[in-house]
Write a protein that binds this ligand. Structure first.
Ligand SMILES: CC(C)(COP(=O)(O)OP(=O)(O)OC[C@H]1O[C@@H](n2cnc3c(N)ncnc32)[C@H](O)[C@@H]1OP(=O)(O)O)[C@@H](O)C(=O)NCCC(=O)NCCS
Length: 190
């Protein structure tokens, strides 16, 4: 399971993935503009292009058959079929490491597409964020989440949100859900 940096090809897919869950109020919304600004701190896991045909017009069943037919027609004429650019993969999961202070960072925008839950992608991305955070000297990670059991399994502990003033005063107070926020604050020392 390879974790890679977010590249421009995948901006829209990551945005769609976050939008999917923010519309269900499981995550905060993120504009494309914010995504561009934060892109370097994102990591993604990408599946094969034909893994989710419904998500990839090119790799739909019909298109795949058509390509097969075109390929055999070309080879009958002694030519290679050139399909141009390799079809893109599907973003299966994403996460973002946001640094608040030299000691403290947040894991944000952790999302795995619905059909791929329970396959270890979420855990892999959390561990990747932890590894990166540790490598640059961060001492503590936090999340604001509805997925308490998932993060408990990964060693995070529930804390009062007010023990994270760096987050509360920088971002929470600007959030439209500030007075109506049920997200659980959890931390892990690295
Ligand atoms: C929460 C989420 C990221 C988990 O990702 P995932 O890839 O499905 O989880 P994993 O397969 O890596 O699970 C790792 C472990 O946690 C467990 N787990 C996963 N989701 C869980 C949940 N909601 N509650 C309890 N345990 C959970 C798995 O069973 C697994 O346990 P194991 O190591 O004992 O086998 C994913 O469900 C998701 O995208 N949810 C919607 C968006 C969201 O809420 N994001 C969190 C924002 S902070």
């Amino acid at each position: 399971m390879k974790v890679r940096k977010l590249t421009t090809d995948y901006f829209n897919q990551v945005h769609d993935l976050i939008k999917f869950y923010s519309e269900r109020r499981l995550m905060l919304p993120l504009s494309l503009d914010e995504l561009y600004h934060r892109a370097q701190a994102y990591r993604i896991i990408v599946g094969d292009s034909d893994r989710h045909p419904a998500k990839q017009g090119f790799a739909s069943d019909v298109a795949t058959k058509e390509v097969g037919i075109m390929r055999s027609m070309c080879s009958a004429k002694g030519n290679e079929l050139d399909l141009g650019k390799k079809p893109m993969g599907t973003v299966l999961a994403c996460a973002h490491l946001d640094i608040f202070t030299p000691q403290l960072a947040e894991i944000k925008s952790l999302a795995v597409i619905e059909t791929e839950h329970g396959k270890g992608y979420g855990k892999t991305l959390v561990m990747d964020c932890e590894q990166d955070a540790k490598a640059i000297g961060i001492k503590k990670l936090f999340v604001l989440t509805y997925q308490q059991d998932f993060f408990t399994k990964l060693g995070y502990q529930v804390v009062d949100r007010n023990t994270l003033p760096e987050k509360v005063y920088k971002e929470c107070i600007k959030c439209s859900y500030f007075d109506d926020c049920n997200e659980i604050a959890m931390v892990k020392s690295l």
